[in-house]
Design a protein around this ligand. Structure first.
Ligand SMILES: N[C@@H](CCC(=O)N[C@@H](CS)C(=O)NCC(=O)O)C(=O)O
Length: 329
């Protein structure tokens, strides 16, 4: 991580923990908002007007939080308005790295090698983890925001007429209910899998494990009783936020994070829902199971030898054919 703008040598991928050994996620540091008229958003300062070509997203395809923003950009048809760079899937010794791994890019915009250099360009004294996603302002040469929940809302309504209005991820009448559901799903499931995976005590792991599967059971019941989306016929940000966790679950969380009571494939309604969202035009383009597997299984603290499992076979998502991977005799 960065301490006063300097990369600390003893960087460690196991994140902060609380007194019980539970994983604690860092609070995001840049919280300004792009708005149609340049005014300030719910947090931070103004001066970030929606303009085509002005903003850039830095993402990792392994990362569920970054993927929220990629889906938002796709479905709001903002691809020509906001450019994107994708880091390599594996966390290097200095964190996220730009490179030539298939599906990744070099940073042609700022010429950085590592994501932490983007942070110190914005704030030479930055202290904190250099996380993705980052929404970068090419004009002011700074980070607008590095919190995916905020960026997803900006993509929904901050870009005004530059965005397509087929989807409204945060419709006025549903806002309280969406907030309430997000507040349940985030700690138990989205972050719950990380709490299980990065727990440093049996107790913290088991508490997280119970949260993950009780939440999945609850969502299975909810989707069996109605649908096609969490709030009926319209796809909202709650669906995007749930989808990014579900699509990683069987490939990474089940194995690496020891969330292995059941797979998403074992939940009929959740599995159908996962594939329903995957079939929404544009969504599948944001999902890269190879990056997801390579990225999670590169976390040395959890997988010291770095061996990436061949399976599981994920029909319709990541089919694995033994014949194509078995070494010939
Ligand atoms: N609150 C942030 C969290 C982002 C986050 O934790 N991203 C992870 C990748 S999934 C990251 O960049 N980790 C690098 C690190 O912690 O050093 C958000 O939702 O945008």
């Amino acid at each position: 991580m960065l301490v006063d703008g300097k990369w600390t040598a003893e960087w460690h991928p196991v994140q902060a923990t609380d007194a019980k050994g539970g994983f604690v996620r860092q609070v995001s540091g840049f919280r300004n908002w792009v708005t149609p008229d340049d005014s300030a958003g719910p947090t931070g300062e103004g001066g970030f007007k929606a303009e085509a070509g002005r903003y850039h997203l830095y993402v990792a395809l392994i990362c569920p939080w970054a993927s929220r923003t990629l889906i938002g950009r796709k479905l709001k048809k903002l691809e020509d308005v906001i450019s994107v760079s994708v880091v390599e899937p594996a966390l290097a010794a200095e964190g996220w790295k730009f490179g030539t791994y298939p599906g990744s890019n070099l940073d042609t915009l700022n010429g950085a090698t590592y994501m932490h250099q983007i942070y110190t360009s914005a704030d030479p004294h930055y202290t904190g983890r250099a996380t993705v996603p980052v929404l970068w302002d090419k004009e002011r040469k700074t980070i607008v925001n590095n919190e995916s929940a905020d960026i997803l809302r900006m993509l929904n309504s901050g870009f005004g007429d530059l965005a397509d209005d087929t989807f409204d991820f945060y419709p006025e009448p549903l806002r309280d209910q969406i907030d309430a559901l997000n507040d349940r799903i985030y700690p138990r499931l989205n972050n719950g899998v990380y709490r299980a995976g990065f727990a440093t005590t049996q107790l913290a792991y088991e508490e997280a494990f119970a949260d993950v599967f009780s939440m999945l059971d609850e969502l299975e019941d909810r989707l069996s009783a109605g649908g096609p989306y969490l709030f009926g016929s319209s796809l909202t940000e709650a669906d995007i936020r749930l989808f990014v966790t579900l699509v990683r679950f069987d490939a990474a969380y089940f194995g690496l994070f020891k969330c292995n009571l059941r797979r998403i494939a074992d939940y009929p309604a959740l599995n159908a829902y996962l594939h329903r969202i995957l079939a929404v035009p544009g969504v599948a383009d944001t999902v890269n199971i190879d990056h997801i597997k390579q990225g999670y299984y590169s976390i040395k603290a959890l997988n010291p030898n770095g061996i990436v499992p061949v399976g599981p076979d994920l029909p319709g998502l990541y089919p694995v054919e033994l014949a194509t991977i078995r070494p010939s005799a």
